[in-house]
Write a protein that binds this ligand. Sequence first.
Ligand code: FES
Length: 98
Amino acid sequence: MIVCSCERISDKDIHAAINWMRAADDATIITPGKIYHALGKTPSCGGCMKLFVASMRSNSNLEVPAGLRGLRGTKSKRSVSDEGRSQSYRVSEQSVAG
Ligand code: FES
């Protein structure tokens, strides 16, 4: 079935590209842009994106690699406010006496 009529990309092309990318790198995040690029094409009108993404999602190799899941909810060891600095550089946060 043709998914992208502008570039004549079929659902089989999409699945082949996903399977190829996953076989080449099991940690890659696969996006529609990467699939277009792998197929040597560029999206034109974008009218196919909903169907394009639906075709992508039907492929079992699309899932996000296990090591990259759940990163949004994790907290880093550092405080957000210190930005990695050992002490503040702001005058308002430094003691005036020193
Ligand atoms: S139908 Fe896919 S870019 Fe136009």
